[in-house]
Design a protein around this ligand. Structure first.
Ligand SMILES: NC(=O)c1ccc[n+]([C@@H]2O[C@H](COP(=O)([O-])OP(=O)(O)OC[C@H]3O[C@@H](n4cnc5c(N)ncnc54)[C@H](OP(=O)(O)O)[C@@H]3O)[C@@H](O)[C@H]2O)c1
Length: 322
């Protein structure tokens, strides 16, 4: 598979998002999820994305268990920053002591000695970014982590962070229906920071497989997102229908169109579509062979500009591009 660079870290042009193997997007079949991990590596994907918070440690544990005999065949990216408290709910902490204890827990769960790429998941507004990146850079010196990344940070935060330690990757939501990152990409490029679009399939919506809210289980996380609600959802379904028409004309799937579009935005862009199904994974890999013409890009742009609703609810939006 084609390789791309996140700073000095070389990875496959497409990664695999593992979050849904633990929670958020419906029923999980662990055997199928394990097969998906193995199939990804067998097909040249060597960049796996997880976080301490996914399934409250389950996701890291699962990857560590399933791939314990294949450690030298892939790069692991994980994150810290979200904290789940049974009483207070979800919070954010980048307190130095928390960073130090979380990296140890992640290494233990992953059954690894080193994390290839360690991200701050969300900026902790109570701690200057210089302090957080300072602690992260200690972890590099100690050999616990190889490269550093930041998730959902603004251009100015990125510039401040990079004065403390090189930042290899910026991971932010980026897809046909989430394009606010485009104002930060030019700055990231100048700084030599690679781009990792998360939710590149619009959390599955851009595949055209979610056209009725009843397609989602009652506890599916997406039901909480404004784009999956009420009138926004109805209008967005009309738009995904148009994407499907463009895809059909080209003889590909809407999901592949969405990934090909991202891959074509620059060779410093490494999307991490999430799936726990082998057939979806194989379809997603095929997107690497699709090239979109100028006319197709224009048609896609038109659809993309009409999406309705914020990508998160009000509170979570405050912690994006921070
Ligand atoms: N930094 C952050 O704050 C942040 C936030 C969210 C996610 N992430 C990371 O980014 C990764 C990817 O994002 P995501 O999982 O949220 O969203 P996504 O990649 O946009 O979409 C995932 C959804 O799409 C479905 N899907 C995948 N391939 C498909 C295909 N070919 N056809 C039809 N449906 C398909 C999956 O189904 P199945 O699950 O049924 O296979 C899943 O429901 C995550 O796994 C996680 O590692 C990071």
């Amino acid at each position: 598979m084609e390789k791309r660079n996140l700073g000095e870290l070389e990875v496959s042009a497409l990664g695999l998002g593992c979050m849904g193997m633990s929670e958020f997007y419906g029923k999980i079949d662990e055997k199928e999820a394990a097969n998906t991990l193995h199939t990804a590596i067998d097909n040249g994907i060597n960049f796996l994305d997880t976080a301490n918070v996914y399934g409250n440690g389950h996701n890291e544990e699962f990857i560590g268990k399933v791939l314990k005999d294949r450690r030298n065949e892939f790069m692991i990216a994980t994150k810290f920053g979200f904290v789940r408290d049974p009483e207070k709910g979800v919070g954010i902490s980048a307190k130095p002591d928390d960073v130090r204890s979380e990296v140890e827990k992640s290494l233990r769960r992953l059954r690894m000695n080193t994390i290839d790429l360690y991200y701050l998941h969300r900026v902790d507004p109570t701690i200057p970014i210089e302090e957080t990146v300072g602690v992260m850079s200690d972890l590099v010196r100690e050999g616990k982590v190889r490269y550093l990344g930041l998730s959902e940070v603004s251009a100015s935060t990125l510039k401040r962070a990079i004065k403390v330690h090189p930042i290899s990757a910026l991971q932010t939501e980026y897809s046909l229906w989430s394009r606010d990152l485009e104002s930060i990409i030019p700055v990231a490029r100048v700084l030599g920071v690679g781009i990792v679009p998360y939710s590149p399939l619009g959390r599955g919506f851009l595949s055209g497989k979610v056209k009725s809210i009843d397609d989602l289980a009652p506890d599916d996380y997406r039901r909480h997102l404004p784009r999956f609600q009420g009138e926004n959802f109805k209008r967005n379904v009309d738009l995904v229908n148009k994407l499907e028409e463009i895809a059909k004309e080209k003889g590909v799937k809407a999901s592949q169109l969405a990934l090909a579009w991202l891959l074509q935005q620059g060779d410093d862009i490494i999307p991490i579509p999430g799936t726990k199904h082998v057939n979806y994974l194989l379809e997603n890999i095929e997107a690497l062979n699709i090239t979109l013409s100028g006319d197709e890009l224009l048609q896609i742009d038109k659809v993309s500009s009409q999406i309705l609703g914020n990508r998160y609810g009000e509170l979570s939006m405050k912690y994006t591009n921070m």
